[in-house]
Design a protein around this ligand. Structure first.
Ligand code: ATP
Ligand code: MG
Length: 310
């Protein structure tokens, strides 16, 4: 049994079925991305798995423990950085950390030490005694993550941890996510940042209108959109004319389409390896100098758009 498992989760809000039969399994040690457009049902799913919201139907398990039947042992294993800031603005950063520690049953003696270590790690050491009221969005987000780690949980739920942050703050949080995973933590990462999911996640589930559209590794998902594979090539100036372009296309049966992109040409086809071979042969025969040659597959964004369109 995986670290996180759901089976047929359903949640209705009045007439709206926000989550419509969601089933998946996350293995221990994975970074699992939960990717979907606004309103897809990501946060509602997380709230059901973490025991905040009761499902109308279906089950959720943490390390094999049924979250509804045994909420206490299930919740001991998880840390949650929710979508909406859960820090008290009238308390200091340290005060919030202590409170989170108390809530998660961290022994009093350890609370202070752990709080200080985590605040330091998240770059908030020098603001530990400032009230959260005066914190920027990035600072609040870092504090929320630190709070989620106070009981050193093996499984972390992060709901849009980098949304609305500047590049430096995003980078800091992404690095910490990678490190935490390196320490063996399982990470459930909700995001609509596709490149973040692509870079960080072992596997990604794409959710749309309350249903899982697909689950796979980013690379395998990209491979499902074969037709948009392409090769980008540029030749030394003046070497290449429109006439040559026509000749090239006729000569290369493997190329479906050629598009000019600035000083480069993009050759589309289903087999980029073969395109590269043929185009190199062609250049040699015609005495053309190749300046650059790159193959590029479809992006995760294309897969996402494809699956969530309409
Ligand atoms: N407490 C609630 N009462 C009524 N409707 C709700 C409630 N919570 C969520 N919804 C609705 O359920 C749907 C899914 O919402 P949810 O917050 O799970 O989406 P999401 O995928 O997290 O979106 P986002 O990317 O904007 O955070 C939305 O249509 C939302 O309006
Ligand atoms: Mg959400």
């Amino acid at each position: 049994m995986g670290a996180i498992e759901t089976n047929g989760l359903i949640k209705d809000f009045g007439e709206l079925r926000a989550v419509d039969g969601v089933t998946f399994e996350v293995q221990e040690g994975e970074i699992f991305g939960f990717l979907g457009p606004n309103g897809a049902g990501k946060t509602t799913t997380v709230r059901m798995i973490t025991g905040v919201l009761k499902p109308d139907s279906g089950r959720a398990y943490i390390d094999g423990i049924n979250v509804v039947q045994d909420p206490i042992p299930a919740k001991e294993r998880i840390g949650i950085a929710p979508e909406e800031a859960n820090a008290y603005i009238d308390l200091t950063a340290r005060g919030n950390m202590q409170l989170a520690g108390e809530l998660y049953g961290v022994p009093k003696k350890e609370r202070r030490r752990k709080s200080d270590t985590l605040l330091e790690e998240f770059g908030l050491g020098d603001r530990a005694d400032s009230k959260v009221k005066g914190f920027s969005k990035g600072m609040k987000q870092r504090l929320i993550l630190a709070m989620a780690l106070i009981n050193d949980p093996p499984i972390l739920f992060l709901d849009e941890p980098t949304a609305g942050l500047d590049v430096a703050s995003q980078q800091l949080i992404k690095e910490r996510i990678g490190e935490l995973n390196g320490e063996g933590k399982t990470i459930f990462l909700t995001t609509h940042n596709i490149s973040e999911a692509d870079k960080l996640c072992d596997r990604v589930a794409i959710i749309n209108k309350g249903q899982i559209a697909t689950i796979d590794s980013p690379e395998k998902l990209k491979a499902t959109i074969q037709s948009t594979q392409s090769v980008l090539i540029s030749f030394a100036s003046n070497d290449f004319s429109q006439a040559k372009l026509k000749e090239l296309k006729e000569g290369l049966q493997v190329v479906q389409e050629i598009e000019k992109e600035g000083d480069k040409y993009r050759l589309y086809g289903s087999d980029p390896g073969e395109i590269v071979e043929k185009v190199v042969d062609f250049a040699r025969k015609e005495n053309l100098n190749i300046v650059s040659l790159n193959t590029s597959g479809p992006s995760l964004e294309e897969v996402f758009t494809h699956l969530t369109a309409g």
